[in-house]
Design a protein around this ligand. Sequence first.
Ligand SMILES: *[C@@H]1O[C@H](CO)[C@@H](O)[C@H](O)[C@H]1NC(C)=O
Ligand SMILES: *[C@@H]1O[C@H](CO)[C@@H](O)[C@H](O)[C@H]1NC(C)=O
Ligand SMILES: *[C@@H]1O[C@H](CO)[C@@H](O)[C@H](O)[C@H]1NC(C)=O
Length: 482
Amino acid sequence: MGEKETEKAIWEQMRGPPIASHHPTIPKILLLLILFVSLTYVVYTLKLVSTSRACNHLPFATQTDPEDRTALRHVVFGIAASAKLWNQRKNYIKLWYRPREMRGVVWLDQNITPEPDEDSLPPVRISGDTARFKYTNRQGHRSAIRISRIVSETLRLGLKDVRWFVMGDDDTVFVTENLIRVLRKYDHNQFYYIGSLSESHLQNIFFSYNMAYGGGGFAISYPLAKALYKMQDRCIQRYPALYGSDDRMQACMAELGVPLTKEIGFHQYDVYGNLLGLLASHPVTPLVSLHHLDVVEPIFPNMSRVQALERLTIPMKLDSAGLMQQSICYDTSKSWTVSVSWGFAVQIFRGVFSPREMEMPSRTFLNWYRRADYTAYAFNTRPVSRNPCQKPFVFYFSKAKYNSTMHQIVSEYERHRVPHPDCRWKMANPAALDKVEVYKKPDPHLWDRAPRRNCCRVNKSREKGTMVIHVGMCSEGEVSET
Ligand SMILES: *[C@@H]1O[C@H](CO)[C@@H](O)[C@H](O)[C@H]1NC(C)=O
Ligand SMILES: *[C@@H]1O[C@H](CO)[C@@H](O)[C@H](O)[C@H]1NC(C)=O
Ligand SMILES: *[C@@H]1O[C@H](CO)[C@@H](O)[C@H](O)[C@H]1NC(C)=O
């Protein structure tokens, strides 16, 4: 079969049943009668209500039918990988990919010898040849062309009932339930290009503030993928000098006139060092992805990168909506500020920091451009305090379980034992604590409500060396204040 014919066959396959076939046939005369009656009714009611405006008109498909809501089965992942790094990187994919519930394809540059673990991974395919495309960027690598064509190549597979194509790298970890929570907000029948920027202001200037950074992952609605597929190869030829795959994608989106819809739970993480500052002050939005996990330090200390992420899957499974969500409260009897990043870490500070300070990421991480300073981030950050009394006591997530009698998740955070400088403030020392216990009801509908940080309350602890905290929806009139 020639290329054209293959294409035709694929398009036939994808087109699906004609829309009219969803409706049973009704005799013509009956149809006319119904039409007449409804028209009369409409004219009549319009007269009656002409003074009041129709206010229940919603801008797009509301997807109120739970059967029709976007689910994981409507998503196809396209993962950019290379044969050279596959044996190491596939461990990141295993952390989040569930072969029985998800669809996805790993696109490689060349064949690999299959190993027994492949059945816990998406099927592997080899990308089409891209030798005919021009690539003139001196810094980059021409694999960028191959990777930018993944959405089109995945669409060509002709999978059924696809609403979204989600791109990611082999070192991207998705929180798939949260991905669905985000995608559900948008009408998959329209053109959507959803993702997020780089943390680095300079990256965003060099590339674009209108671009979804590929490593953080991005989503393309089905009809947009179809439109892209029809023009992408011509489009790619027009931008031989671009660096990567995601800027090529953005160039084609610009030609299609489709802007980036920013969802800041996708994380490119163009930073070095320790992610603590960023993760502990996660924005009030679901955590969708993590990237550059080979570049940053393991998110939990004293373990390997993959082990650390495995640990994160414990709270992820118990309450994905609440994962990493920050809440801020005060232990007034001790004059401490407490910041909970649920499922990840609890930080205790001597003294009172306002929520507007605590919700700002502290610069525990380094800039992608190593000589750039704090002005080079695309959001506000705060410095790591130099005052010896203000060094936070960090408690990292260690374990959690659901208690069915209390209907609550009990999670534990153990103190990260690092030397603390002497502090002369006459107040209680958080070093007296070994662990923090956090109680929280699972809240799968957290993001069905308007975004709001949870509240936390410090409770009396019966055990010495343990702090007990409750996290949950703020009650009427409850505010983070001392
Ligand atoms: C690191 O982990 C090892 C074993 O997992 C343990 O023996 C050691 O005490 C840990 N070190 C720190 C600083 O927590
Ligand atoms: C659940 O909590 C109750 C009340 O605190 C406690 O008595 C019970 O042992 C807990 N159950 C489990 C399985 O931990
Ligand atoms: C925790 O403290 C709050 C008030 O500070 C109280 O309403 C709640 O009942 C306490 N919960 C437990 C389990 O002690």
